[in-house]
Ligand binder design. Structure first.
Ligand code: ADP
Ligand code: MG
Length: 331
């Protein structure tokens, strides 16, 4: 059967190389520094003279990181790229190149897979990221593993927090976890939380503006509580955060109530918000706050000198330890 003639080709009919070219056709190259892209044993890139190379990888596993009954394949493809852009943004870097490795099963439908790649392509186009390679293999469950490269003049690390820094977050947090728990329990979801879980968006728009002003940064993949602890530990400092300052949408608080979850659980321990959590001096905060609309950035606490201090101040003024977050090896 001619591959070109039939619109509904099967993966078997395409074969491995036919499949790779079907999936990766029309992906634009955004850089003149790509000497060799898809098609050889490895990609060849001319390194940038000015910038440092930042590299990250993240894997999505079916039924753990995505559920085909909840997400469309287009959403899955978009999420696979957005979560890697989030890691690049959390280094104060700009994404440049990407490699996508997929595990497909004997039952994978070509239309489903093409939609995954349509999602991948749309997000690559949004950020001008060039697809330069990947791997295609068979297994018993779907997996999408993305390796992303980025560039930064001076990458921002978790370890730079200073005593007196304000702890800030972008956007609103807890929405993704509220969506996840809601979907899992079969509850009717408000559109806001459903979208937050199924269509996360990296905050490269925020990281670009703040990179040169901040001291430490991390993206919120495992809950704000866990991320504050990571920054405190890496910086050998303490932290105090205030529950009533956590920026949470009313639909998240409603879902927490409905599910009998502790208030703030989704924001502090839920994860997958892909917002940015960063620390910044008070004087630099004044500078950046002019660059954002009201509520785009929230101050949730402060960095302290005592590295044993990890305090969450509750609404009644009482304190408890900042809770940890989502642990993928345990959950
Ligand atoms: P090899 O067998 O030498 O590892 P492959 O046959 O796996 O090479 O890949 C051929 C080319 O296609 C390489 O450039 C590789 O990076 C690219 N490639 C393979 N699978 C994918 C994929 N799923 N997405 C993007 N590029 C891919
Ligand atoms: Mg290979």
């Amino acid at each position: 059967m001619s591959i070109k003639k039939s619109k509904l080709k099967t993966i078997k009919a395409l074969g491995e190389f036919g499949l790779i070219s079907h999936l990766t056709k029309n992906f634009p190259k955004y850089s003149k520094n790509i000497k060799v892209g898809i098609g050889d044993d490895a990609a060849v890139i001319i390194p940038s003279k000015n910038d440092q190379l930042v590299i990250t990888t993240d894997t999505l596993v079916e039924n753990d990181h995505f559920n085909c009954n909840w997400s469309t394949p287009f959403q899955i493809g978009k999420k696979a790229i957005e979560i890697n852009v989030s890691d690049i943004a959390a280094m104060g870097a700009e994404p440049t190149y990407v490699l996508v490795s997929i595990v497909i099963t004997t039952k994978t439908d070509i239309t489903w897979l093409s939609q995954v790649y349509r999602g991948i392509k749309q997000v690559c186009q949004k950020y001008k990221i060039s697809l330069i390679g990947g791997d295609t293999t068979k297994g018993s469950i779907h997996m999408i593993s993305v390796t992303m490269l980025g560039a930064a003049n001076k990458p921002c690390l978790r370890s730079g927090a200073k005593v007196g820094d304000l702890i800030c977050v972008s956007g609103q947090i807890g929405g993704s976890a509220a969506g996840y728990f809601g979907l899992k329990s079969g509850k009717k979801l408000a559109p806001y939380i459903k979208k937050r879980h199924l269509e996360p968006v990296a905050r490269l728009d925020v990281s670009c503006k703040i990179a040169k002003f901040i001291n430490a940064i991390i993206d919120i993949s495992d809950g704000a509580g866990s991320e504050v602890k990571h920054i405190a530990k890496a910086s050998q400092k303490g932290a105090i955060i205030y529950a009533n300052r956590l920026p949470m949408h009313k639909d998240v608080l409603t879902m927490e109530k409905k599910l009998g979850l502790t208030k703030y659980y989704c924001a502090l321990s839920g994860g997958e918000d892909f917002e940015l959590l960063f620390t910044i001096s008070k004087s630099n905060y004044k500078k950046i706050s002019k660059l954002f609309k009201k509520d785009e950035i929230s101050v949730i606490g402060e960095i302290t000198a005592n590295s044993n201090q990890l305090d969450l101040v509750l609404e009644d003024g009482s304190k408890k330890e900042i809770p940890g977050g989502w642990d993928h090896t345990r959950s």
